[in-house]
Design a protein around this ligand. Structure first.
Ligand code: AMP
Ligand code: GLY
Length: 437
């Protein structure tokens, strides 16, 4: 594989807060050539590169590949799971063009929870005990015979929504019904998993994997629930921070040895060279860390604080990951903590209005050590910044410790206004005051 070009043209796929953070970091690389954005959906991202014309993808794979050739794309960086699960990496990679992100076979780790469980079984990776069901009658019978708390999951991709943690047997029956009979999540619910409910703090450990070498990034935690104190409905993520003290160095080494290494080995035995981010969603049980899920990409919003702290050249790091040369790379983090607080539209995660004017971003950023990553924003006809999604901004701050970073992020949020804006003020409290598990 050729070394990373001096001037590397990059195509970035994905248009959310995670991708704004990736684009911001990629742009700092001295090797950055042209940055092309396939989904310049938010205003922050759109300011950082060239927007791909709509016909880039609308005319099929052959044209997309030709477009990449003509634009002399050297490296494709894929943010979201859907294009990876769809095999985009397989379709765009050539001898001269690398893709950061696994191929379709590797992306099954996220896109097919039954596949992930099978790999974990082969690799003896600790995870919740589970059963797989293709037939609703069999799932119902199983629930009749087992009334302990369980978790019901769609096997397929359901935009992070196909998981129900059940308190009662009735809830479990309802979840099975919604997934398998009503097909609320479409084909993702054709197969389901029912698994034991585990207890403990959750932590996200992300690693760069080049097929063989594994580089663990500093552990992160996110808050998925809408309300303060981790109450209310699940969301795409209300905030995240890194590092977190809940995973000490010794436990992180166990995670590397007992989870990441055997998983990557098991994939290789299946003939899968996994290149990209391997994200393990872990739960720290009294019996040790167990895997709740694997993702095949950076977390959103975990990526925002990770990028805020990552030192070094992201173009080189992605190139090394995609070319199988990670062992030559040094990856280092700013020793400070970073915390991302997500500002949301009134009504989220239910229906919300778009087009509300956003003010105060410059004042918030002027504080220093504050980065505003856009998620659901756009510009109106007059060029003014307006809301365009449920999660609008990922307000990310660096501080000497988590408390300082969180307080600075909250202070920055208080300077930003749009009608109906809300955010959680307690991101990180499970570490800072130990309020929740
Ligand atoms: P997943 O997409 O599989 O990570 O599940 C989404 C969320 O559901 C996780 O972040 C956990 O909060 C919760 N969850 C999933 N599996 C379990 C389990 N076996 N025990 C307890 N909570 C779980
Ligand atoms: N923050 C959770 C995820 O990206 O899946």
């Amino acid at each position: 594989m050729p070394p990373c070009p001096e001037s590397c043209n990059v195509l970035l796929v994905g248009g959310g807060g995670r991708e704004h953070a990736l684009a911001w970091k990629l742009r700092q690389s001295p090797r950055m050539g042209d940055l092309w954005l396939l989904n310049a959906d938010n205003a922050g991202l759109a300011d950082l590169g060239h927007v791909c014309p709509p016909e880039t993808t609308s005319r099929g794979d052959f044209h997309f590949q030709r477009w990449c050739d003509n634009a002399a794309i050297d490296l494709v960086v894929v943010g979201p799971e859907n294009p990876l699960a769809d095999g985009l990496a397989d379709r765009l990679a050539t001898d001269r063009r690398l893709v950061f992100g696994p191929g379709k076979a590797g992306a099954q780790l996220e896109a097919d929870k039954v596949f992930a469980k099978e790999i974990m079984r082969q690799a003896a990776v600790p995870t919740a005990d589970h059963r797989v069901f293709d037939r609703v009658e069999a799932a119902r019978q199983y629930l009749e015979a087992h009334d302990e708390p369980c978790v019901v999951k769609c096997a397929g991709l359901a935009a992070g929504k196909g998981v129900v943690v059940c308190e009662t047997p009735d809830e479990a029956h309802e979840a099975v019904d919604r997934m398998m009979v009503q097909r609320v999540f479409g084909d993702a619910g054709a197969r389901i998993i029912i698994e034991e409910r585990l207890h403990g703090q959750e932590v996200s450990v992300l690693a760069l994997v080049d097929g063989r070498t594994i580089w663990l990034l500093d552990p992160a935690q996110d808050h998925k629930q809408l309300g303060e104190g981790d109450r209310g409905p699940n969301t795409g993520g209300m905030g995240a921070y890194t590092p977190t003290p809940v995973l000490d160095r010794a436990t992180l080494e166990i995670v590397e040895r007992e989870i990441f290494v055997p998983t990557v080995d098991a994939l290789r035995r299946e003939g899968i060279t996994y290149r990209g981010v391997l994200y393990a969603g872990l739960i720290l049980t009294p019996g040790g860390p167990k895997v709740l899920e694997f993702n095949c990409r950076f977390g959103d919003p975990e990526c925002q604080p990770l990028m805020a702290r990552l030192k070094g050249d992201l173009v080189e790091i992605c190139w090394a990951t995609a070319s199988g040369t990670l062992d030559d790379q040094e990856i280092d983090f700013d020793p400070r903590a970073a915390c991302c607080v997500v500002m949301c539209s009134e009504g989220y995660p239910g229906p919300y209005e778009k087009g509300r004017p956003i003010t105060g971003i410059d004042e918030a950023e002027a504080t220093g050590d504050v980065l505003i990553f856009h998620a659901g924003t756009t510009r109106d006809a007059d060029g003014n910044l307006v809301t365009n999604g449920g999660r609008v901004l990922g307000v990310t701050a660096l501080g000497d410790d988590l408390r300082a970073a969180r307080d600075l992020a909250n202070a920055a949020c208080s300077k930003i206004e749009f009608p109906g804006a809300f955010y959680r003020h307690d991101i990180g409290d499970r570490v800072l005051v130990g309020t929740t598990t």
